[in-house]
Design a protein around this ligand. Sequence first.
Ligand SMILES: NC(=O)c1ccc[n+]([C@@H]2O[C@H](COP(=O)([O-])OP(=O)(O)OC[C@H]3O[C@@H](n4cnc5c(N)ncnc54)[C@H](OP(=O)(O)O)[C@@H]3O)[C@@H](O)[C@H]2O)c1
Length: 235
Amino acid sequence: MISLNNKTIFITGGGTGIGLASAEKFIKEGANVVIFTKTLELNGKKYPIQKTLIIQGDVTKRTEVRKAMEEGIKKFGSLDILINNAGVAKRENFLETNEKDWDFVIDVNVKGIFICIQEFIKALKKDSLKTEGKIIVNISSGAGIYGVDEIAVYSATKAAVINITQGLNEELKNLGIKFVTVCPGSTDTKMFKGLFPEEKPYHTPEQVAGVIYKTITGEIKPDERLIVDVFHHIH
Ligand SMILES: NC(=O)c1ccc[n+]([C@@H]2O[C@H](COP(=O)([O-])OP(=O)(O)OC[C@H]3O[C@@H](n4cnc5c(N)ncnc54)[C@H](OP(=O)(O)O)[C@@H]3O)[C@@H](O)[C@H]2O)c1
């Protein structure tokens, strides 16, 4: 089992929901965490300064991502794990969805991951740090495995997350990076409450964070599609 003690984790969208619960779990397990997020709310949480770096930024802005990764390496010496967790969703009738909403959801959920993975690997190479043994966890969704009505555009972005993980796992084999997708079901966060206020979520953010943690340590293994389906691991 891989220990998180003194590993450095860069997590996007770590200011709320699943990202925040994950950051807290990682810190508890001894990791250094770079929390990269759009709004620096953190719900009044206080973190040990020596173990945490909190940076405000946007995953769709390459220069902001690059600077944050460089700052993470400067503070902690390297980056070991990237968690692409930042995400957005809009619930709307497909036929009424405008191109602005399409671009917004595709940009954050797909372009954001494209930029973060490129910059993560570039930052390591720039500082001649090893890529061998690094882990990239991409957060998709049950909606990425089977599309959901009224969030078909979001579902498409989450299917893209699964596919980019599989493609890169083959293409970048020589770098020795482990790629995996984690697919949560409905989880009690700001996103879910905003999308489906009439529904009761299946998971808490802490339960999903626990599955992400066990995926990193190797306690939970992905299936042949490189997917960890959270439903199968919370009872
Ligand atoms: N909740 C669910 O039911 C569920 C189910 C399956 C998968 N997921 C996935 O889980 C991940 C986390 O979602 P969540 O449920 O925890 O929702 P959340 O509480 O809304 O968290 C999403 C986080 O991403 C951040 N973010 C959004 N756009 C960003 C950008 N351009 N750059 C940097 N950060 C950005 C948000 O910051 P701001 O608050 O400042 O916008 C927020 O902190 C997402 O990828 C989501 O698709 C969620």
